[in-house]
Unconditional design. Sequence first.
Length: 794
Amino acid sequence: MSEVGRYSNKDVKANRHKHNNNHTERRILLVLSDSLSLRWLHKNYQQALTIRFAVEEINRDPVLLPNISLGFYVYNAYHSDERTLESSLRWLTGEEKNYLMRIYNFPRVFFLLPCSLSMFLYCQLSFGPFDSILSDKAQFPSLYQMAPRDSSLYRGIVQVLVHFKWTWIGLVTTDDLRGEEFLRAVTGEMAKHDVCAAFTEKVPVSERRHEESELTFMPRIMASPSRVIVIHGDTDSLMILRYSQIFLFSTLKVWIATSHWDITMRSSTFESYNFYGALTFKYLTSEVPGFKSFLNSIKPNKDPEDIVLKDFWLSVFWCKKRYDDLGQENCAPNATLEALPIFVFDMTMSGLSYTIYNAVYAVAWALHEMLLTKSEIASEKAGERRNYEKEKIKNLKSENTIAGDLVFMDEKRSSEAQYDIQNYMSLPNDTELLVKVGHFIPSAPPGEDFTIGEEVIDWGWLGLKTPQSVFSESCHPGYRKTIEEGKPVCCFICSQCPEGEVSTQTDVDHCEKCPEDEYPNKEIDHCLSKVVTFLDITEPLGMTLALTAVSFSFLTALVLWVFIKFRDTPIVKANNRALSYILLISLTFCLLCSLLFLGRPTATTCFLRQTTFGVVFTVAVVTTPGRRIRTWMQSRMSNSVVLIFSGVQVILCGIWLGTSPPFPDTDPHSESSHIIIKCNEGSDFAFYSFLGYMGFLALGSFTVAFLARNLPDTFNEAKFITFSMLVFCSVWVSFLPMYQSTRGKAMVVVEIFSILASSAGLLGCIFIPKCHVILLRPERNIQEQIKKKVHSKG
């Protein structure tokens, strides 16, 4: 049953009889209203015409039900549970009114009507939205739902929300069981994709509460900051949305309607109101050949006995009744249904009409299958008729291919609905149309189940740019979402990504850490490849250190040359020539060892640089006090001391190289944009033992020199040695914390500087004063002067 008009005190009946020698009688009875006060109800007349089209098509088919003509009755639903049930009982009894009924707080008719008809075993085919409750065959044994299941509709809606990044949306549904099921499903799916409901409003199904509801939740809907509203329910249940004057301002919203709500319908009270720019999910249906031609052929003068069609025609074309002797009306002679705007009458078969079309064919095929197994039709007696109805029910439990679609009558095998996503557009010439902009096919593979063409969508009064509906502004790349405590996931603030992490997309929950060989750019929206670097001798700092080392080495070699040239002078003889030569050679090699720290580290340089410097510098440190020890002991004894202490360092370095030698390594963390190639010392314990031993020798040398500072000496050598050891200890004591606190190339610079500073300290404190005397004050470099100086101290 379908509502095509409002109820009035007088029902209008259209009876048409047609007789044929080869066909049974066909009778068409349409019970409609003669008062079509609401223009948008005209669209439902397509459903009645669909029944007529399907029946006439079947009657012309020589294969389906040959020699049998079908007829049909159409009763008006009046948008009233009471009137719908009254019409069905009138049809069952065949009487106009032989009963009195008054119903209070009546539930939805689609629950009670199947129960009443099931008592008589009448087959019932529902073309409305699929309802899981009506699938209970224990309660409704003869009811079949023709509509496909909408169990995945909520997933398609959420995919639209996710595609357009709408995260703050409103939900409007009917206050019934179907609405509760939809809310439960859609909110659960929304939560998976971080989409939040700004509000949830349930429209009461009772018409008596419409006025109350308009004054309560309608202002809340329109005042909500949400720009997107999802509407779920059928057109009749959500009729309040058509009545409300507040909805005149709804053009600032984006509406997403489900398949059962016709967004093109409008009230005659507010003709200028529309849902332009809305998106709607419509059942994906196959085109029925000949349907548009059939609608174009519909005219009252071709069916003068159909008073409902004439009444419909007068209303939709705004004809002025001019009753003359022939009883004709003043209407445009060339008027066709195709000329009507879409909100009055749609030439495209709607989803409900398509379901009705399938339902008529399903009944026809059931009768056809039944007649194939029966030689003649059963009698019209009540008892035998019940068996006839049972036979029809049995034959309905099958499947048929109708209009290219496989239609299941067994609800356990009912197909999943597939949807076209349509956009309600208005062209510059005021033409309104629904344009397909995408589809949602739940059974398709992931990635192919949903498509939408954003570039072809017309957003109506909102303009060409896709509207936004979010609670918090999007977090740009380089930032991440931080959920505010106690608020929905859609309420967040944008926080910059931590150091070393980036976000390449908007609205990310977590930033991604760059790989070790990459680093974030300034915008923190992508990673850049790190540059491999090391302390190269060609760069300014490396070149400066290299020149310094070479210069000091040359200076040391020059001092050695001076000492060799003036080896027979008293001052050189007094300072133990052999140990002086060893010390100068050791200092030269120490300074040159710093060059091993420059350039790209290799296995060879890493293996040699620390140990070579350690052994050579140990010789230098041990030799320094040895020169002073010679005054107390024999020369051989002082040489043995140098060999013993140097040998210990050689053994320590040998153990280090034999167990855990240094090796080339990379350091991607010290500098954000570079990967430092360095030498890994292998064993930290061995490395610090090596440094500790040198420190121990330096401290010993300092102690010996300090204790001998006041002994008789030549040229204050004890004081020079004491001061040189003080410089050495100061440098290497400072080296340890600096070495621990620096990374990358700075660590290498600290090592080179410590080598150069300590070597230069020994050279400057011990040998420069002597060179000053040898080269600039030769008068002091004589035997008498030395003896005089020694005697004066003594």
